[in-house]
Design a protein around this ligand. Sequence first.
Ligand code: SMG
Ligand code: MG
Length: 369
Amino acid sequence: MRLRRLELRRIAIDLVVPFRTSFGTESSRDILLVHVTTDVGEGWGECVAMGEPVYSAEFVDGAQLVIRDHLWPILAAAGEITAADVDRLLAHLHGHPMAKAALEMAALDAELRADGRNLHDLLGGERDRVPSGVSVGIFSSMDELLGQVQGYVDDGYARIKLKIEPGWDLEPVRLVRELIGPELPLQVDANTAYGRTDIEHLCRLDEYDLLLIEQPLPEDDLLGHAQLANASATPVCLDESIVSVQNAADAIDLGAAEIINIKPGRVGGYLTARRIHDLCLERGIPVWCGGMVETGIGRAANAALAALPGFTLPGDISASSRFYARDIVRDPITVEGGHVEVPTGPGLGFELDHDFLDAITTSSEIVDV
Ligand code: SMG
Ligand code: MG
């Protein structure tokens, strides 16, 4: 296909409840959508960069700029391409995986729709539904936390993940374990809030039979994670640290990653995400699909990815309604019996709600070839 036109669309959308993590609180999102027009049709991608560079170095204004001025001109000048070429064409530009992933997504969506296929077929997903986990933020009181968790248990989620930080760890985990009982899988995510000197403290989480502890230490501290993995019974899972196939392999070899959270945006796209999945499957490392508070565009694509056989743990693919009162798609992801259905429609598998999308659009920038 040939790329003809790019639209960089920004939307503003409120969250149903503020989402607090160790790096800050979000109550509404400013999201960049990437809309490409090609000679075979259109496609949409969602950029998962946040408003501020607090999860990783990327942020939404920077992503828009790098797409417009650096990434798009290369793809637009490349002539006849397939979505599988995007990663290679952009590889000489350092970093910006979330920006690159959004463009690759839009290219995939356009190409697959033109062929009457979907991402599930392309990636080779083996299941038509995947178990759904929910990520629960930090609260100012235990009562609020327990009330929220009870609501998610009632919704039927297959696993609970609690955000933790120094001062909000052992006690909330203890109370939530008591509330949900010994059977429901429970895990924690620190988003890099601890240091190597906290290893002994983090080992005290072993008592609560957690599925895993996600990214307690800084993203560049593979050795520290290997030390924690040695010391604790709870498996260590990496999120922020894993940015490529090579560094996933290295983290596994170092003993720093007993489990890996795969997020397409963090690694530069769904095709690289699949390669990391393939590596982990070969090495016997369980993986699960992370979330970045996506709309129905990213949620549909994540469900397709999570249908691959190595995704043996429930992902952060919750119902759209966990974050949004109304989604920008007509077919938002729902959770039934603790599972999410893998979309079967063409492309990434969503159908846009254009009226609502237009209503929450804050800007639209058009770039022609
Ligand atoms: O989409 O359900 C979701 C969010 C899951 O906790 C989640 N994501 O580190 O895994 C993570 C965080 C990153 C984004 S927090 C705003
Ligand atoms: Mg995480």
